[in-house]
Design a protein around this ligand. Structure first.
Ligand code: SAM
Length: 313
C-alpha cells in the first residue's frame, strides 16, 4: 500500500473512537451536517443504491437509514472507522476497501456521497475517476470539501476575522472548552481552493451545483450553547454572498441532469419563438413534457387503485 494510504489509515484508526466527539458534537457542526444531508436527500433516490465513499463513522449514512433509505453501502479505508459506524447501525453494509479501487461493477450506483474525503488524498482525481466508473449514467455525486481561501482568510476581512477569533476564544473560555488532543494529521491533508476543486470535478464530470457555505460559523464548531450557536449561524446568512468555509458540489456523469434538461428545453422554446417556420414540428415537442407528466399521474393513479384492491376492469 502507498505510504500516504498507510499514514491516512493510521490517522483514522487512531481518531475513530473520538471522531464523532471531535466533529459532530456541537450544534454548529450538526447544523453543517444537516445542510449537507439535505442536499444529499435532494438527489438520493430511496429505492436505488447509494454509495458513501470514505463514509467513516457513518454521519451521513446514519441519517439516510433513519429516513428509510435501505440500499446503502459504505466503504472506507479504515476498519476502525467502519466499526464505529456498525456500532450505531448494525444493519449497515460496510466494506473496508480503498476508494481508488472500488469492488463494484461499472454503473452500479445512482448516488455517490463523498463527504470530506478528497482533501485527504494526494491524487484525488484517482478516487473521483473510480467513483465515476461505479456511477450509473444519470447518477449524481454529492460531495463536500473544505475551502482553503474562505472569506475570513482574506485581507479585506481581517477586522471581521479578528473580532471572530476574539469572540471564539471568549466563548470557549466561558464554556471551559479544553481542546482534546488529536493525533497529528499527515502531510497529504489540505483544503482546496475553489479553482482546484472546479478543475478537479469538471475534468471528469459535469458540475450541476457548486456553492460555498458557512462563512462565519466554521470558527465555532466546538461551541456548546444552542442559543449562541443559532446567533453565530445567523451571521453566516449575513455573509452568504462571500466565500464560505465548505464547498458543496453536485455533479453528474452525464450532462443530462434534470437541470440541464430543463435548460435545454427552455432554450428550445426560445428558438421556436424566434423562428416561425419551426412551429409545426416544434408543437409536438412542446406537448411532450405534458404527456410525460400525464403519464406519471396515470401511473400513480393505477398504483393507488391496485393498493386499494379494486380491479382495473
Ligand atoms: C474526514 S473523514 C470523513 C468521514 C465521513 N465521510 C464524514 O463526513 O464524517 C475521511 C474518511 O475518508 C476515509 N478515507 C481516506 N482515504 C481513503 C481511501 N483511499 N479509500 C477509502 N476511504 C478513505 C478515511 O478513512 C476517513 O474515514
Amino acid at each position: 500500500m502507498e505510504p500516504w494510504k498507510q499514514a491516512e489509515m493510521a490517522f483514522e484508526n487512531t481518531m475513530a473512537g473520538t471522531y464523532d466527539f471531535h466533529y459532530y458534537r456541537s450544534p454548529i457542526s450538526k447544523a453543517h451536517l444537516r445542510e449537507f444531508f439535505n442536499l444529499v436527500r435532494r438527489y438520493a433516490v430511496p429505492d436505488r443504491f447509494v454509495l458513501d465513499v470514505g463514509g467513516g463513522t457513518g454521519a451521513v449514512t446514519e441519517r439516510l437509514l433513519r429516513r428509510g433509505y435501505r440500499r446503502i453501502v459504505t466503504v472506507d479505508l479504515s476498519l476502525a472507522m467502519l466499526r464505529e459506524a456498525k456500532k450505531k447501525m448494525p444493519e449497515l453494509t460496510a466494506i473496508v476497501c480503498d476508494g481508488e479501487h472500488l469492488p463494484f461493477k461499472d454503473d452500479s450506483f445512482r448516488t455517490v456521497i463523498c463527504s470530506s474525503v478528497l482533501h485527504h488524498l494526494p491524487f484525488p482525481d484517482r478516487m473521483l475517476g473510480e467513483i465515476k466508473r461505479a456511477l450509473a449514467p444519470y447518477g449524481v455525486v454529492v460531495a463536500q470539501e473544505p475551502n482553503q481561501s474562505h472569506c475570513l482568510s482574506k485581507p479585506r476581512f481581517s477586522q471581521v476575522s479578528g473580532v471572530a477569533m476574539g469572540l471564539m476564544h471568549y466563548l470557549y473560555r466561558i464554556e471551559q472548552y479544553e481542546p482534546v488532543s488529536e493525533p497529528p494529521i499527515h502531510e497529504y491533508h489540505r483544503a482546496f481552493t475553489r479553482d482546484e476543486l472546479v478543475s478537479l470535478f469538471s475534468a471528469q464530470m459535469f458540475i450541476l451545483d457548486f456553492r460555498s457555505r458557512f462563512a462565519f460559523s466554521c470558527l465555532f464548531t466546538k461551541l456548546h450553547s444552542p442559543m449562541m450557536s443559532r446567533m453565530i449561524l445567523a451571521v453566516d446568512r449575513l455573509l452568504r454572498g462571500n466565500e464560505g468555509s465548505v464547498f458543496h458540489i453536485v455533479c453528474s456523469k452525464s450532462e443530462g441532469g434534470h437541470r440541464t434538461l430543463l435548460k435545454n428545453y427552455l432554450r428550445f422554446l426560445e428558438q421556436l419563438r424566434q423562428d416561425p417556420d419551426q412551429r409545426m414540428p416544434g408543437a409536438f415537442l412542446v406537448i411532450l413534457p405534458a404527456l410525460i407528466v400525464l403519464g406519471r399521474f396515470y401511473e400513480f393513479y393505477e398504483r393507488v387503485r391496485q393498493k386499494l384492491g379494486k380491479s382495473v376492469y
